[in-house]
Design a protein around this ligand. Structure first.
Ligand code: ATP
Length: 887
């Protein structure tokens, strides 16, 4: 018998469970038998294949061709030792593959670790009590409780439902949510209305279900077995890097051809020319760039997680840096979502909540108490903060009341109200609470001083004035109404239940802003990011809170939901161009339209959301942001970033990190590119000036794939500076490799380094008695020392350069000399490697070097200082010019 065809009782019996759930002991036993409730990722490509792939991408192929040509020329023209170059290139391919693989692996692990930071929880009944457990600990036989927005953790047979709708799209492709029931049914499990499946989600209503399959035993697990995990796309930045490296590789090849032709023109031999051409091409290819970018994105996402922003893929880290508009909810994001009843309007008077004394038959408080799903258990209020505040007020004034609830129309943000039907000692009552606009039209009577009267125009005016006054205090105001229910019915019908109500009064709830928010808003303004509040609350409440947190200073344009619906796109676009705009009385459905129009206007939009209905807007936005604490699982899944603390200030921190990561990537690109000039100039000098070659190919590779690596990574770990949030968002069109980066690297930093390396070379040669025009054999000690000095000069000036590149505009002093510890680790590594290359016999053999005297080192140090101070002077000048453009 399949579980869908069993009765509830039989199903419970079949799984040896009961309505009270399993005992903790039994659950632990089953967990050890069935294993964790998780889908094991099926990796399609093995680690080995992924490693081998490093040998076949574009740059690797280019290098293979280079190696092939070197071996070929060695075969055709033995004696020039070209095979060594061939081996060196193969070595480069290997080093590069290992390095890239390690970087990618680390980046992937970092992301996996992030995903684990956010366990999904599920409500279960065990030993008769309701508790929350991580969804991976659910076992067959568990009773789970489901409500709107929950992701269903395992395959389960429904036991009870209340208007439960589930979206099975992830399993069946059916995108319409379907109503579920708890009755036995025949047929296939997948089509059975009394079964819910892991990986699907609750779109509305609630229910209780018995788990019968977990982990890989679920339908979803079975499908996961068949399909492989989806390959993640490269982020736009990574794509840009791929493109940029291809361009640079092509330039490198052209430079190679140029040297080849140049040498040919001035009459150098074909083969030695050929070998240079290949060598210089290999040396100029920026092999390690892409993996370094990937790793620094991964590191940025870890830093974001430390600041409570969890991003789900690497591309979001950089997209965040481009955000120009943040559309944010109010409740819980800008405010603390800790509500307290602060004022009431009753019998035509506004009262402070603390001065309010009530009788047991107070209809306003009764409505607040009964039309409420919050609970007071274990000395704690549990549930939605709006409702807990009302429950608290009711309990404190009336004590614990009881009345059986016969029917409920749950709150939803479209209707903006909730209604219950309760059986009390004195008959059945309908209780309704919600937004004023949605309650007042339902009322035909009002309660004043214990007497029910007809609602008339003057009452409407009074009520609205009071409502506005409470909202102007920044309170969330709810209206309350009730009626004695006379008629009996079998199927409650909402329109008759919610008609002809008696208006009982208003309650204003205070929800203070989060203390960090005003500062975060100020940061956004400084950073040229607009913040638009989109709230379900009334406009006056929204404006009052917006003023309190500094979101608006003047008179903002306010658009309310009902007006919004009627507006044409053109009109809305006009409104959106206002400097300060607030959307009030909005439903989540409306958000999507705001996002689309902003995007059409060329903005990069981040939007927040927590409910099921927010999912489309979260998906549509450039960055969808969900709430880690109050958000539903559906919203979390649809979003790109999850705020672990629900706090608006965290969004701003993440944007700051996003901007910093882009800047950091630029920093290490400048650093790496600057060293290309001192690598190329010796070749030009060699060919044009006819001097011995100052730097060998192997030595260039030592810089590119050795000493430069860690300092470059250290630049990727620079912390954001305050200046990052003082400039406008980056434009979509902006390229990573722009003219200013290229000028700075190639025309300023690079030439200083080139001067250093040529100085080092001649310093040793002339010191050793060399005179211009004298040829030197390749194994001559003086020659070996001179090339070693040339290499050492590059290394030393790169030390100055790494400090210079820590910022394109800020001085090292203002950054704090010691504020990035990784820089010092990078430099220590660089120096150790260089000492090994210069002083160990092994290093000498591989890199054709020879030990240098301390005096040579000392002679080269001023170049590092020259580079650093030259750069500081340039920054100072640029700073001054920016401040006084006229002078
Ligand atoms: P924000 O968009 O700023 O986060 P929100 O999403 O909390 O606000 P909604 O939950 O849609 O906004 O609430 C909108 C209005 O609905 C509130 O102003 C209030 O009048 C009413 N409301 C909120 N919660 C309830 C509830 N539990 N029962 C009845 N009415 C409610």
């Amino acid at each position: 018998m399949k579980i869908n065809s069993l009765s509830k009782e039989d199903a419970l019996r079949a799984l040896v469970s009961s309505e009270n759930g399993l005992s903790e002991e039994e659950a632990a036993k089953r967990l050890s038998e069935s294993g964790f409730n998780e889908i094991r990722e099926v990796r399609k490509t093995s680690l080995l294949i992924r490693f081998l792939r490093q040998f076949t991408h574009f740059l690797a192929l280019l290098l293979w061709v280079g190696a092939g040509l070197a071996f070929l020329s060695d075969a055709l023209n033995p004696g020039e030792d070209m095979a060594t170059l061939g081996f060196a290139i193969v070595g480069v391919i290997f080093i590069n593959a290992v390095f890239t693989y390690i970087q990618e692996y680390r980046a992937e692990k970092a992301l996996e670790a992030l995903k684990k930071l956010l366990p999904f929880y599920v409500r279960v009944v065990r030993e008769g009590k309701e508790s929350q457990i991580p969804s991976r600990e659910v076992v067959p036989g568990d009773i789970i409780l489901l409500s709107e927005g929950d992701r269903i953790p395992a395959d389960a047979r429904l036991l009870d439902v209340s208007m439960l709708k589930v979206n099975n799209a992830s399993l069946t492709g059916e995108s319409e949510a379907s109503l579920r029931n708890a009755l036995p049914a025949d047929g296939e499990l997948l089509e059975s209305p009394n079964i819910v499946f892991a990986g699907t989600s609750v779109t509305s209503g609630s229910g209780k279900a018995l788990v019968f399959a977990t982990g890989m035993g679920t339908e979803f697990g079975r499908i996961a077995h068949l399909t492989s995990t989806v390959q993640e796309d490269l982020s736009p930045l990574q794509k840009e890097i791929v493109k940029a490296t291809r361009v640079v590789a092509t330039i490198a090849a052209l430079v190679g051809v140029f040297f080849f032709v140049l040498g040919f023109v001035i009459g150098r031999s074909f083969w030695s020319n050929f070998i240079f051409a290949i060598g210089i091409t290999v040396a100029l290819i920026p092999e390690g760039l892409l993996p370094t970018v990937t790793l620094s994105l991964a590191m940025a996402s870890q830093r974001m997680a430390k600041r409570k922003a969890l991003i789900k893929n690497l591309s979001s880290a950089e997209t965040l840096g481009c955000v120009t508009v943040v559309c944010t909810d109010k409740t819980g994001t800008l405010t603390q979502n800790s509500m307290t009843a602060s004022a009431l309007w009753k019998d035509d008077r506004i009262l402070a909540a603390e001065d309010f004394r009530a009788q047991v038959d107070d209809r306003l408080l009764q409505t607040a108490f009964f039309c409420n799903n919050a609970r007071f258990t274990d000395n704690e209020y549990k549930g939605d903060p709006t409702e807990t505040a009302l429950l608290r007020l009711g309990r404190e004034r009336l004590g614990d009341l009881s009345a059986e609830r016969i029917f409920e129309i749950p709150f939803d943000s479209d209707r903006k109200r909730m209604t219950t039907l309760n059986r009390t000692g004195d008959g059945e009552y309908v209780y309704t609470k919600g937004a004023m606009e949605s309650i007042l039209p339902l009322c035909s009577r009002l309660l004043r001083n214990g007497i029910e009267r007809e609602v008339d125009e003057s009452f409407r005016e009074e009520a609205l004035t009071a409502y506005n006054q409470l909202m102007d205090r920044g309170l969330r105001v709810l209206a309350f109404a009730y009626k004695k229910h006379g008629g009996s019915f079998l199927i409650p019908d909402s329109s008759s239940l919610e008609a002809d109500l008696v208006f009982a009064g208003l309650i204003g709830l205070e929800d203070p802003p989060r203390p960090e928010v005003p500062e975060a808003i100020r940061k956004c303004h400084d950073a040229g990011i607009r913040v638009i509040m989109i709230t379900g609350d009334g406009s006056r409440t929204a404006v009052a809170i917006a003023r309190e947190i500094g979101l608006v200073r003047g008179e903002p344009v306010v658009v309310e939901g009902p007006e919004f619906v009627k507006m044409e796109d053109r009109e809305l676009r006009e409104k959106l161009s206002a400097k300060e705009i607030i959307f009030a009385r909005m439903t989540p459905k409306h958000k999507m339209r705001v996002v689309s129009i902003l995007q059409e206007e060329g903005e990069w939009v981040a939007v927040t959301g927590d409910g099921v209905n927010d999912a489309p807007a979260l998906k549509k936005a450039d960055i969808g942001i969900s709430m880690g604490i109050s958000g539903t699982d559906v919203a979390k899944e649809a979003s790109d970033m999850i705020l672990l603390d629900d706090n608006f200030a965290t969004i701003v921190n993440a944007v700051e990190e996003g901007r910093a990561v882009y800047e950091n990537i630029r920093k290490f690109i400048t650093y790496i590119f600057a060293s290309n000039i001192p690598e190329a100039v010796p070749y030009l000098a060699y060919i044009l000036l006819r001097i011995p070659l100052p730097l060998t190919i192997m030595q260039i590779l030592a810089v590119d794939l050795g000493t430069d690596m860690l300092p470059a990574l250290a630049l990727g770990a620079e912390k954001p500076t305050p200046a990052v949030m003082k400039q406008p968002p980056r434009s979509r069109k902006e390229r990573l490799l722009n003219l200013s980066v290229l000028f700075r690297a190639y025309l300023f930093l690079g030439p200083i380094e080139a001067a250093a390396c040529m100085f080092g070379f001649f310093y040793v040669l002339y010191g050793g008695g060399w005179s211009w025009g004298t040829a030197l054999p390749q194994n001559d000690v003086l020659y070996l020392q001179a090339t070693t000095a040339c290499l050492t000069a590059i290394i030393i000036s790169q030390i100055g350069n790494v400090f210079a590149c820590r910022s394109a505009a800020e001085s090292v002093r203002s950054l704090g000399f010691f504020s990035n510890g990784f820089i010092f680790i990078g430099i220590a590594f660089e120096l150790c490697l260089q000492l090994f290359i210069v002083y160990s016999p092994f290093g000498n053999r591989i890199f054709s070097t020879h030990p240098l005297s301390p005096a040579t080192w000392l002679a080269l140090i001023p170049f590092a200082l020259l580079l650093l101070f030259g750069e500081e002077a340039r920054k100072l000048l640029a700073h001054r010019l920016r401040r006084n453009p006229a002078s």
